[in-house]
Ligand binder design. Structure first.
Ligand code: COI
Length: 356
């Protein structure tokens, strides 16, 4: 039968799911939204636990105009990826870590959250139902986007009376338009991403709306993204709009410590362990913006960006370059080590891979 990517011969979810690859241009995936076949939906009331979710055909959802997420930003998201291994098996990377981070964030945002087991099972079900959208080995990955939101109606400021946990997926390639080539960052001096005691350390949706203005201004000037400084001393590195940051000095790798204003990235944490296992010294501490001046390499990490080498950083008009217009050796080495693991090309000694 001909499958044009828009039609799927399905009567009910979980039955009759075709595993033929979707008919799209697998060689030119960027990081853009592409609708797939199914999404996972699970609801619960405030004060109760999530219990029974289901796969539904992917589509728009209905929300009250008074929903907590729409009015007061009561929402969190997650991001993880599924890879198709060369032998056809499907691999997830540390999904329990996303589940645990969502739980921590839910606590901060006054929301109930699915258990780690519910989260991981829901991710697996959603990936399997959308199997034909997982790129062929080596061409990208299936980005998995769990959402947790206050879906019930509120008017006065309060936690919403109902919550929805939803997972959708989209096939993706490289995040930055530069592909794997080094990106160019600009240090933001006016705006800040997070403040002590705020929500910078959890993956709440508002953190990402808050960086759009600086990001758009930077892009309009030709930069790839923005590097934020702490909001108190305006001197220490925090993170980039959508990823964590690392600097390399010889055998030493340094990254800002997690202290409430920085998103605890799962790729960040994994790269620290990979670097340690390869004999690098790693420090998590305050990193002064001046340390950018004598770094050998700078790179960013995130689920979406993976490991992205930084080619230059501009601060108050002064530009420092890294890697001689190429990818730095350490960035390249860590990128290869991480992606080989994620794609199942090297043995998983860390116990990070979940094979479906
Ligand atoms: C991710 O890396 O998965 C993120 O959540 C960043 C997002 C802004 C694309």
């Amino acid at each position: 039968a001909i499958n044009n990517g828009n039609t799927l011969r399905v009567a009910s979810p979980a039955s009759n799911i075709t595993s033929e690859l979707a008919d799209i241009d697998w060689d030119n995936l960027g990081f853009g939204f592409m609708p797939t076949d199914y999404m996972y939906v699970m609801k619960c009331s405030q004060g109760e636990n999530f219990s029974k979710g289901e796969l539904q055909r992917f589509g728009n959802i209905e929300l009250s105009p008074s929903a907590g997420i729409l009015n007061y930003g009561q929402g969190l998201f997650e991001g993880l990826k599924a890879y198709r291994k060369h032998d056809g098996n499907i691999l997830l990377f540390r999904p329990e870590e996303n589940a645990m981070r969502l739980k921590m964030g839910a606590e901060r945002m006054c929301m109930p959250s699915p258990s780690v087991e519910q989260f991981v099972e829901a991710v697996k079900a959603t990936v399997l139902a959308n199997e034909r959208w997982i790129p062929p080995s080596g061409k990208g990955s299936l980005y998995i986007r769990p959402l947790l939101m206050g879906s019930g109606a509120v008017l006065g400021l309060a936690p919403a009376p109902e919550y929805t946990f939803l997972i959708y997926v989209s096939p993706v390639g490289n995040y930055f338009k530069e592909g794997l080539a080094p990106i160019n960052l600009v240090v933001e001096t006016e705006m800040h991403r997070a403040t002590p005691g705020g929500t910078g350390g959890v993956k709440t949706v508002g953190n990402y709306a808050a960086v759009l203005k600086a990001q758009s201004a930077a892009k309009a000037k030709g930069y790839s993204d923005v590097l934020y400084l702490d909001s108190v001393q305006k001197r220490y590195l925090e993170e980039v709009s959508s990823c964590n940051v690392f600097i390399v000095k010889g055998n030493l790798i340094v990254t800002p410590a997690i202290k409430g204003t920085i998103l605890p990235g799962i790729t960040r944490k994994s790269i620290i362990d990979v670097a340690l296992s390869q004999g690098f010294e790693v420090e998590e501490r305050l990193v002064s913006v001046d340390e950018l001046l004598d770094a050998d390499e700078v790179f960013c990490t995130g689920t979406a960006v993976v490991v992205s080498p930084v080619g230059s950083i501009t601060r108050q008009g002064k530009r420092v370059t890294y890697g001689n217009n190429g990818v730095g050796l350490v960035s390249q080495q860590l990128y290869s080590a991480l992606t080989s693991l994620q794609m199942g090309l090297t043995e998983d000694r860390m116990g990070w891979i979940v094979e479906l």
